[in-house]
Design a protein around this ligand. Structure first.
Ligand code: PLP
Length: 373
């Protein structure tokens, strides 16, 4: 059904969207067209490029259900957006930040680096617990300034209940930051429903875009709390008034974009987003969960051979399913899968499969059959 958009090479089975996704055909076409336009006309049509950038921000606003596209900035990657938050807030010695024990380094290192300001990072142990939200909330205290979690953990695939965490943070006056890279484009996401203050995600995973362009959502009411650490022409209220000596910082999240945008990335991600929004997040989420259920059932039926790292309850996972072989190290099975051209990853102490909504069930079944060997 989606084969024309994803004409992946017949030799491979691509189960690695939690790492770096293949581009849809329309994204490649948009980038080729943009390259040709640059070759033939240079930047003659820059106003239309700006219009594409504005439309991209509107698409991302829709994906996140943000109140306004003025709350959306385009940055380089998730790590940069996390750094904008970490180095924008006015910390006091004795403050603490709460994260979880399963975070990818991007959402750990940046907080740990604040130790030089006397800020402690506490990792809530969410391994093997009945309610990860309770474990996280138990770590908050009167000196907690911010809670930063991944919506879906990169290794285990565990999905957190963001609404519960966001409500608790808002009630206690704690800022709520969400690394959404393993969720956006796979699962429905609503920044207003989960009361997030900051959300960030690079484009190259479930959003099917290129590396080097990321969405950063900053809730309008907290934008002024972030001191800016980078300055340039593009972040000004009136960016094209180059002679203006009496400049002002943009009222919108454009204030976080100091200079010229990544226009190649803008054109690529805009094209990928048209596919995501045309397909619809409800359909995408449903298909992603069906694939996960298919894999979870397969591993659950073979307890003597495989142990699931990913929680089985539907509300506890998204598109990542990680498993460990019981009788051999994951590395050897991973090598076999690599030889058979199954593209996946070693993560979370096991093998991580991450098909997307378009992954044909037949291809997924072939990969699982290889494991049955
Ligand atoms: C949860 C999570 N956060 C962040 C990243 C990396 O972010 P970036 O390269 O966009 O900074 C990854 C990549 O695997 C990830 O899984």
């Amino acid at each position: 059904m989606y084969e024309s958009e994803f004409p992946l090479h017949d030799s491979i089975i691509y189960l690695n969207h939690a790492a770096v996704s293949p581009w849809p055909q329309r994204t490649a076409t948009a980038v080729k067209r943009f390259a040709d336009e640059n070759v033939a006309f240079g930047s003659k049509n820059y106003p239309t490029w700006n219009a594409t950038e504005s439309r991209l921000k509107q698409q991302l606003q829709q994906l996140l259900n943000a109140a306004s596209s003025d709350e959306i900035a385009l940055l380089k990657n998730t790590s940069e957006a996390l750094s904008v938050v970490a180095y924008g807030l006015p910390w006091e010695s004795g403050d603490n930040v709460v994260i979880t024990s399963q975070e990818f380094p991007s959402n750990r290192v940046v907080w740990e680096s604040l130790q030089k300001y006397g800020v402690a990072t506490r990792a809530a142990d969410i391994n093997d617990c009945d309610s990860p939200e309770t474990a996280i909330l138990d770590c908050l205290d009167e000196r907690t300034r911010l809670l930063s979690v991944s919506a879906v953990q990169y290794g285990s695939g565990l999905k957190l209940d963001l609404a519960v965490l966001g409500a608790a943070c808002r009630e206690r006056g704690i800022l709520f930051c969400v690394d959404a890279i393993q969720s956006l484009g796979a699962m429905r996401f609503d920044v207003q429903a989960c009361q997030a203050d900051f959300v960030m995600a690079d484009a190259h995973k479930w959003m099917l875009g290129p590396e080097g362009i990321a969405v950063f959502y900053c809730r309008h009411a907290v934008m002024d709390q972030l001191e800016l650490k980078q300055y340039g022409w593009h972040m000004l209220e009136d960016p094209h008034n180059f002679d203006n000596r009496d400049w002002e910082i943009a009222a919108s999240a454009r204030r976080f974009e100091c200079g010229s945008p990544n226009m190649t990335g803008v054109h690529a991600l805009h094209a990928s987003m048209t596919l995501i929004l045309e397909t619809g997040m409800q359909t995408i989420e449903q298909r992603v969960l069906e694939n996960s259920r298919f894999m979870i059932d397969f591993f659950s039926q073979r307890p003597d051979r495989f142990q699931l790292v990913t929680p089985t309850a539907e509300h506890r996972h998204a598109g990542i399913v990680t498993f460990r072989p019981v009788q051999e190290p994951p590395e050897s099975l991973f090598e076999m899968l690599g030889r058979e051209q199954v593209i996946c990853a070693l993560r979370g102490g096991g093998i991580r499969f991450s098909p997307h909504f378009y992954t044909p069930r037949k291809r997924l079944f072939t990969a699982l059959e290889l494991l049955d060997g």
